[in-house]
Design a binder for this molecule. Structure first.
Ligand SMILES: [Zn+2]
Length: 63
């Protein structure tokens, strides 16, 4: 059982945080963080979102 609130030792700051694919906000320990992965032409693509609103606003996934 993994407790998602106890990720000690994995400090993330804005300089290496992923950015929201919609609003470009750095995502730092954001509880509403969403990640979408898909395969594009054999490569794994990843998009991060700061929350469900941006996830729904996103239209970057082909198809
Ligand atoms: Zn966003």
């Amino acid at each position: 059982m993994v407790d998602p609130t106890s990720d000690l030792g994995e400090e993330v700051d804005e300089s290496n945080a992923p950015r929201c694919a919609v609003c470009d906000r750095p995502i730092v320990r954001d509880p509403t963080h969403r990640v979408v992965t898909w395969i594009d032409d054999g490569r794994i693509e990843v998009a991060h979102f700061c929350g469900p609103e941006c996830r729904e606003a996103w239209s970057g996934l082909p198809g």
